[in-house]
Design a protein around this ligand. Structure first.
Ligand code: SF4
Ligand code: SF4
Length: 92
């Protein structure tokens, strides 16, 4: 839990109202699961793709895949830390 300045103290100081995490809280928060399924733009998939099939769309816009180049190796999905990529077999 982050420290919060008493209401009465807020009137007489420029100190932060909501303080930062102390060491034990920061370590606790860092252990949280990141497998939320949402891309947070770590660039792993972009970096590991051997066929340059991952396309960066720009900050906040995440990524797209060029299926003309993708060979379906699944490396990007393996390296994605939050499970945001799902490789599905193509129907024949
Ligand atoms: S499945 Fe393989 S080839 Fe396709 S985008 Fe992912 S890493 Fe690249
Ligand atoms: S590896 Fe996953 S989290 Fe990282 S940029 Fe690619 S899709 Fe996003």
């Amino acid at each position: 839990m982050r420290p919060v300045l008493d209401i009465i103290r807020r009137q007489s100081t420029f100190d932060e109202v909501v303080g930062g995490l102390d060491e034990s809280n920061a370590l606790f928060e860092a252990r949280r699961c990141l497998s939320c399924g949402n891309c947070f733009e770590c660039d792993n998939c972009y970096g590991v793709c051997p066929d340059s099939a991952v396309i960066k769309l720009g900050a906040g816009k995440r990524f797209a895949f060029n299926y003309d180049y993708c060979k379906g190796c699944g490396l990007c999905a393996e390296e994605c830390p939050c499970g945001a990529i799902v490789v599905e077999l193509e129907e024949k």
